[in-house]
Design a protein around this ligand. Sequence first.
Ligand code: ADP
Ligand code: MG
Length: 751
Amino acid sequence: MTGENAGATGARGTGSGTGTTKNAAAAPAPGSYTLDSKLSGALGGRTAQAIERAFGYATVGDLLAHYPRRYALRGELTALASLPLDENVTIVAEVLEVRVREMRQRRGSILEAKISDGTGILTLTFFNQKWRENDLRPGRRGIFAGKVGDYKGNRQLAHPDYELFDESETLTAGDAAAKRWAEAPIPIYPATGTLASWQLAKSIALLLEGLGPVDDPLPADVRERRSLLAHRSALEQIHRPERESDWKAARRTLRFTEAFVLQTALLERRAELRRHTTTARHPSAGGSLERFDASLPFSLTGDQQAVGAEITDDLEHPVPMNRLVQGEVGSGKTVVALRAMLAVADSGGQSALLAPTEVLAGQHLRSIARMLGPDLSAELMPTLLTGQLPVADRRKALLRAAAGQSRIVIGTHALIGDAVSFADLGLVVVDEQHRFGVEQREALRLKGQHPPHVLVLTATPIPRTVAMTVFGDLDVSTIRELPAGRAGIESHVVPLADRPGWRARVWERLAEELAEGRQGFVVCPAIEARVAEDDGAEEGEAADVSGPAASVASVLAELTAHPRFADARVAPLHGRMSADEKDRTMRAFAAGELDVLVATTVIEVGVDVPNASAMVVVDADRFGVSQLHQLRGRVGRGSVPGLCLLVTSAEAGSLARQRVEAVAATLDGFELARVDLELRQEGDVLGATQSGGRSSLKLLRVARDGDLIADARDLAEEVLAADPGLTAHPALAAAVRRRLDDESSGYLSKG
Ligand code: ADP
Ligand code: MG
């Protein structure tokens, strides 16, 4: 089936995959609209509105990029035994029997239909809808959608949506057609409670009928070299396949196209950034960088030196640097960044350091002042500039930034605020990229007269393919080597599901650490019983656990009442405290005036207290892999060996438990990043995310598609090298523009 005669597919009458297009609205004339046409014009206001509300789609192209999650076959029934409780499912099954009975307690009837896959049985219940008896006749097959409930131990769907296969279709058609119909895969779309899969299928079929010619975003030559389908055919075949090979070929094409368009967008932006000019920054002989290096109490690791050289080299060019430095927690990124700031200061410029929270900004200020020592500090005047400073202090800080007195300004997002101006902003360092979106980076870039150099630090190790996909416009440097003399960290899972008694031993171990003169953290997912801490939680992570989470309040109460902690100085730390309180608490802990911090993930990144040896994470399964790894990195930073106890009630074998076990099994952040991606992907398959949404990756999975992404990037580079403005490739340029529009609605910032 090719794009040119796509209208013919409508004649099959099975466009929606369910054999009932007969009832659908009259087919629009082919060529009625393009990918950019508004959905409201193509589908009618109400349907378009429902789709927009559910998924955020506004155009024909948006909805046509809503690809089926999987395909079902009419002849193949869904295994009912393994259906997950409380999830929305779409299944193919056969009606076994139907019964209607009057209710005893009140007026009305209940219709119960049993459907089966040949082994398991699922009950459908409808109240006061007797007429469905005529519909749901034994032996009929169809697709059913609803939320799986449990009624007295039996799985059921209450008031499901369903669509029965229309057997008359097979009777009136010839044998061959009937066979084709029976074999055609039925697309199952990511659906919502209000928009069933087949409703989406019908809308999509309508769009395909009326869609005019579609220009191919892939250059013909690329398409041929990779044996891919024309775009129009790929859209047709992914939504209305006649056989399995159709959708497979279509998916291969569309997946490649997605990678190719994305890489083209990223490479273009990368080139665009390099077209700007900015001030080259040279460290001066005998300047602050040299003096700093001479005063360092340790020698830089090989990686620190190598990355440092890459950065100095970038800074010496009049093209804005855009570099990501990734390195394990404690690998010494801050030192590397500080050296870059000193190189800029030597040439008369200022640097801004952005931290994800006020606590961390405050901590950065202190550790930078300490590293600089009194003389350099006096000269460079590192200054804190955050939203919560008292008015007078803030004014002073603003002045210092504007007058150029302060060569190093440290703050949070507030630094991007309009009120802050710099005399000569030469470098922006963003600590912990995953908290900052592309837009914020953009806003910062506009702060200097020339775009400043940008250095992004992340302790979340990023596999190469992710870096290529999410940060494809950045150059990447990696610090793998940890400074020598680290004592290491021991990690253990404390599986309360199997060993409830071990909870007591957790507190015992913590108390032992304190007895050695060490300090510890206890991290909880929530602040109070019902208040989740969200200033640390990564979106979409740990969505598979439910029930109340351990809270700072309850653990604090538990420890305070515990005889082993009678003499311990225990304090809370969480996002609901004022910046001042948080800061004071952190300082007291760093100074050794507190023994235990019971905290939320506010302590996740950057906190550096060498004497802290114990990290207890309660309900560890509530956190993502990278978060746990980050948390663990808070201990074992000095010469004191670290102990990390990951306490979980998750059942052995569950995904939540696997996550926690993965973290305990290795200290290698790169390995964990890989495992994390794999486990997340599993989560997707299991149905945690049913709806796609406009701004996410569609068919690409960075964990699985690394080679494909790399291949697409190479080919995109070739195309751009030959045609930097994409003037010979208008369809590709348009696809890139669409992608960038999506991105501004947030998708690239989803690290
Ligand atoms: P990161 O920001 O990557 O987590 P930091 O820069 O905060 O790491 O460094 C962690 C600790 O290690 C700091 O106390 C720092 O002074 C120290 N450090 C950094 N580089 C070295 C090195 N080469 N040798 C010894 N200690 C180092
Ligand atoms: Mg750091």
